[in-house]
Design a protein around this ligand. Structure first.
Ligand code: GH3
Ligand code: MG
Ligand code: MG
Ligand code: MG
Length: 312
């Protein structure tokens, strides 16, 4: 077997690992024991104090945390409480693994939000079985959350997650003095497209348009959504009006390049989109509904003035 075969086998073995687990314990012997016990099946990270636990969790985004109760800098209850207050980690399941076997400790551990409580000395098979249960639950929950926030046809965010994100960004706008931009888009003469080429081709067209929209989202904080039948929108936090208009123009041109045939369009022999762009600053004391109405006004201006254009 040559080196690259060995490497690809190692990669394959790494791929087969069933998740990432962070082990937090101040005793070297437990860190070693748990790493050895879990290392073949999971990616294992370790931390020997509370601060390191939180930093490592933020960096490695584990699927599960095994948490000791007694640590030098903060106790397990305190660490678990902190984890639950960090949005990116709040949903990460925590299992206490501890020699504190009294009922009061166990109750407080569970009340803090831990999903399970396992006592030391560790029974390998029992701990592994409990880990499996929690990872399976997390896997299912993640899948349901993804499904609930994704548009089934295009894979973009759906209306619910668009509204959630917009509400969050509006709240942030009142605290942070940075602009927030919104692009709304609508396919031109799409009813005629469906009438000419059929509903299946219409769906394919919407998928192509979605891919072009999503390819132009540059930052992790940007969000592209399908907010109606043939209507799309992007939320661009910390982007000023000129930047958002530039993004809209790139999407408009990308759609042109696709040259999706549309012989009944009154704009061009291919599919085009109309755009509305709106930029908000902290002075803008608005509700989501009012903001969307203003974005729609811009979009309808584009429609009125001939379609395949951007109004802002
Ligand atoms: P305008 O240029 O003014 O936007 O005209 P339009 O024909 O695009 O607008 P209208 O609102 O009259 O029609 C929208 C069409 O989009 C009608 C509907 O059948 C179609 N549509 C909505 N959702 C879907 C979908 O999921 N798949 C397909 N194939 N068509 C859809
Ligand atoms: Mg300890
Ligand atoms: Mg429409
Ligand atoms: Mg339309």
């Amino acid at each position: 077997m040559n080196n690259s075969q060995v490497e690809s086998m190692t990669d394959a073995a790494a791929e087969l690992k069933k998740g990432t687990i962070l082990v937090v314990d101040d005793e070297e012997i437990y860190l070693q024991l748990l790493s050895a016990m879990l290392g073949d099946d999971y990616h294992v990270y370790i931390a020997d104090n509370g601060r390191a636990a939180i930093e490592t969790a933020l960096a490695c985004k584990p699927d599960l945390i095994l948490l000791d109760m007694v640590l030098p800098d903060m106790d397990g209850i305190h660490i678990c409480t902190e984890l639950k207050n960090i949005p990116e980690l709040a949903e990460t399941p925590v299992i206490f693994v501890t020699s504190m076997v009294d009922a009061r400790s166990e109750v407080s551990g569970l009340q803090t939000g831990a999903v399970d409580y396992v006592s030391k000395p560790i029974k390998k098979d029992v701990l592994k079985a409990r880990i499996e249960v929690q990872l399976a639950l997390k896997h299912n929950r993640d899948r349901l959350l993804r499904m609930a926030s994704t548009d089934g046809l295009t894979g973009l965010s759906n209306r619910v997650s668009f509204d959630d994100k917009l509400d969050k960004e509006i709240m942030r706008l009142s605290r942070v003095h940075l602009p927030l931009s919104l692009i709304t888009m609508d396919v031109d003469y799409f009813k005629q497209f469906n009438d000419t080429y059929g509903h299946v081709a219409g769906d394919d067209c919407l998928r192509l348009v979605s891919a072009a929209v999503s390819a132009n989202m540059n930052r992790l904080s940007d969000l592209a959504a399908r907010i109606g039948g043939e209507e799309f929108a992007c939320i661009l936090p910390q982007v000023a009006l000129s930047g958002a208009v530039a993004v809209a123009e790139r999407i408009r041109q990308e759609i042109h390049r696709l040259r999706i045939p549309h012989e009944k369009s009154q704009v061009a022999p291919f599919v085009t989109l109309s755009f509305g762009v709106l930029s908000l600053t902290c002075n803008f004391n608005c509700q989501r509904q009012a903001i969307l109405e203003q974005a729609d006004e811009q979009l309808y201006k584009s429609k009125r003035e001939g379609r395949d254009r951007i109004s802002s």
